[in-house]
Design a protein around this ligand. Structure first.
Ligand SMILES: Cc1cc2nc3c(=O)[nH]c(=O)nc-3n(C[C@H](O)[C@H](O)[C@H](O)COP(=O)(O)O)c2cc1C
Length: 274
């Protein structure tokens, strides 16, 4: 079983996901090979959640329909080809923090897939909602919030179905940490804070907006949503949930113990009490 105890992500998973943070990137071209049933089962164990922070979210792994679902905008922009599986991320609107939960759950599954050398890509815009909804049963309060292809990344020059040898090139274009944090000056941060905040900084976000800010205190880190007039709070909450998963995985991997308190006063999203 891959589930953690009542409070935190299981330690071995945190270590594995922390390592995956540095090799994950958005993969938009796949080589068409299929993912083994063992790996599908392993990913399947995470779909209903792995920590209390996933409450209000669930995921479904579709084994067919990827080309129809990931056909892009009008079939032209953003088409993703060759993925074997599609991860569907669902939020339950009866939970006020379901967007944060979807980000947290989805990124745990995505980093787990990365640790299994699979490619992924969060997609909340360029997919066919109709094609997804034709394949899954939603409860009245549920909505599909994003999908991700899962499969083997295609490398340049590789033919479909051929195994790739070269390692992927990892790019992380992100804002500098200094522009994302406030509170305690960096030189006064307790040990391990730099690692966990650096990991949160590397989180993926829609259109790479990185709409998260961190207020650092000696015994807690407050996560809040940055101001973006054009980006709805729901989208920012989802991105913050992704960064929170990175933060907790890094904390677990570096031996820092903490617990999340969700906040109900946006732009405050949650605080990680250490
Ligand atoms: C919530 C979310 C939604 C996204 N939606 C799309 C999308 O609709 N189409 C797409 O091609 N990429 C999408 N992305 C991928 C981002 O563009 C990508 O994560 C970001 O540019 C950072 O690049 P990286 O993932 O390679 O580090 C999305 C990412 C997130 C986190």
């Amino acid at each position: 079983m891959l589930k953690g105890d009542d409070v935190i992500i299981r330690k071995d998973l945190a270590g594995r996901w922390y390592n995956a943070i540095f090799s994950r990137y958005s993969v938009r071209a796949y080589d068409g090979r299929s993912v083994s049933s063992d790996i599908r089962c392993e990913i399947g164990q995470l779909l209903d959640g792995f920590s209390p922070m996933c409450k209000g979210a669930r995921a479904v792994l579709l084994e067919e329909g990827s080309s129809e679902i990931l056909s892009g905008f009008m079939g032209i922009v953003g088409r993703i080809r060759g993925a074997d599986l599609v991860l569907v991320l669902i939020g339950d609107a009866s939970y006020p923090d379901h967007e944060v939960a979807v980000g947290f759950l989805g990124e745990g599954i995505i980093l787990h897939a990365t640790s299994l050398r699979l490619g992924t890509c969060w997609v909340s815009g360029t997919y066919s909602r109709k094609a997804v909804e034709a394949r899954i049963k939603l409860r009245d309060s549920e909505k599909v919030m994003a999908v991700s292809p899962i499969g083997f990344a295609k490398r340049s020059g590789q033919r479909v179905g051929e195994r790739a040898m070269e390692a992927p090139r990892v790019l992380h274009k992100r804002k500098p940490l200094e522009s994302l944090v406030r509170g305690l000056p960096m030189e006064d941060w307790p040990s391990g804070y730099r690692e966990i905040l650096e990991s949160a900084r590397l989180a993926p976000s829609a259109v790479n907006r990185q709409p998260w800010r961190f207020t650092v205190e000696s015994d807690r880190i407050l996560v809040s949503a940055a101001r973006f007039e054009l980006l709805p709070m729901a989208a920012r909450k989802l991105d913050c949930g992704i960064a929170m998963l990175h933060l907790e995985a890094a904390a677990g991997a570096t031996g820092i113990q903490g617990e999340w308190n969700l906040l109900s006063n946006p732009p405050g999203i949650a605080e990680y009490v250490i």
